[in-house]
Design a protein around this ligand. Sequence first.
Ligand code: PLP
Length: 397
Amino acid sequence: MADSDDAPRVGELTPPERTLMGPGPSDVNPRVLRAMSTPLVGHLDPSFVEIMDEVQELLRYTFRTDNEWTIPVSGTGSASMETAIGNLVEPGDTMLVPTNGYFGGRMASMARRAGGEVVEVDAPWGEPLDPADVEAALAEHEPDVFGFVHAETSTGVRQPDVPALTEAAHDHGALVIADTVTSLGGVELRVDEWDIDVAYSGPQKCLSCPPGASPLTLSDEAMEKVLSREEDPRSWYLDLSLLEGYWGDERAYHHTAPITNVYAIREALRLVAEEGIEERWDRHERVAGALKAGVEAMGLEMNAPDEYWLPSLNAVRVPEGVDDGEVCAELLERYDLEIAGGLGDLSGEIFRIGCMGHSARPENVLFVVTALGDVLESMGADVDAEAGVAAARRHLR
Ligand SMILES: *Cc1c(COP(=O)(O)O)cnc(C)c1O
C-alpha cells in the first residue's frame, strides 16, 4: 500500500478569470453557477422527478416544439449528436451529410460507426447548402436520413431557409436531423414549424451553461423508427429505447443522471424563459450586430455575407501581416479574453468570435472590439481601432 506521505499535494483551484468569447464554452450566468452548488438528491427522488419534468417543459419551449421526446442527454453536445445519429441510422441505412464545415464531417463519422452508408451534399467551407443541391443529392441517393448543421461553429455560417431543406427531404422519404448546437437559445430556430424531425444541441454555447447535459428532441415519427429498429443501437448508454424507461413515464433506473448538470440546465433554461425566446434571439442579433459593426469599421472583413451571417459565431477574416494564433495568445495574455482561430479549410484565415448567451452583452462586445483593435494595432496590422469602438458604441445606442 502506498504511504499516505506519497499523496500528491496540489494547491487551491484558481483558474484565471477569463472572458469567454470563443466558440464555446461561453460565460456562465452566476445564477447557473449558484444552482450548481445546490445539494444533491437521488436521481429517482420524487423532487428530482419534478425537476426532470420542468427541464423537459423548458426544453420544449426553447426548441419551439411540442415533441414529447425532448430530453437532456447525459454528456456534451457530441453525446446528444451520437444519440440522434446512432439511434436513427440503422445498419444498411444511407445518411446524407454536408461537407461545408467541421461538424458535417463528424456527422459522417458517427453515421459510419452506426453501420450506415454515407453520401454527401457539397458546399465549400464558409457557405451554406444550396437547396437545389440538396434536392439533387436526395434524388440521386434516396437516403433514409438527411443531416445538416443549422449553425456551423467552424465557419460562422447560418443555414438559411431550413423549411426548403426539410420539405425536400420529406418529399424523398428521409428523416431530418439538425445540428442546433450553436443556434438553440441564440438564433431563430423553430423545430415544429420548420418540420425538423430530430434536433440536438449542447448547453455551453447559447444557453451559457457548463457542459454535461445536452438537449435533444425527436418527433413521434422519428421515435417510431427508433423503437422499431431490428438491431439494437451499438451504444448501450445512448440507446433511446432504454433511456425511454428513465425519461418516459416509467422513471426506472438506467444510468445515474448528472444531477448537478440537470440543476444547471434547468436554471439556464429558466433564464431563457424569463427573457422570452424571441427577445433572446433579438438580443443576440443586436449585440452581435455591434460586434460586426465594430470589426468592420476597424477595417476587418466578415467571412460570411449578411444573408447567412451567424450572430452567435462571428467569423472575421484575419488581416494581412498577422498570425491568428499569435493574436489569440496575446488576447489571452494581455486581456484574459478568449477568442479562437480557424479550423480545417479556414485554418489561419479567420478569427472565430462567439457572442453566445450570457457572453452576448454590450460590455463584452465593447471589450472584445477594444482588445482586438489594440492587439492588432500593436502587431502592425492596418486597422483603425478607435473607429471600431466608436461604431460598436453607436450600434448599441
Ligand atoms: C460544439 C459543437 C458540437 C459538439 O459539442 P461538444 O459539446 O463539444 O461535444 C457539435 N456541433 C456543433 C455545431 C458545435 O458547435
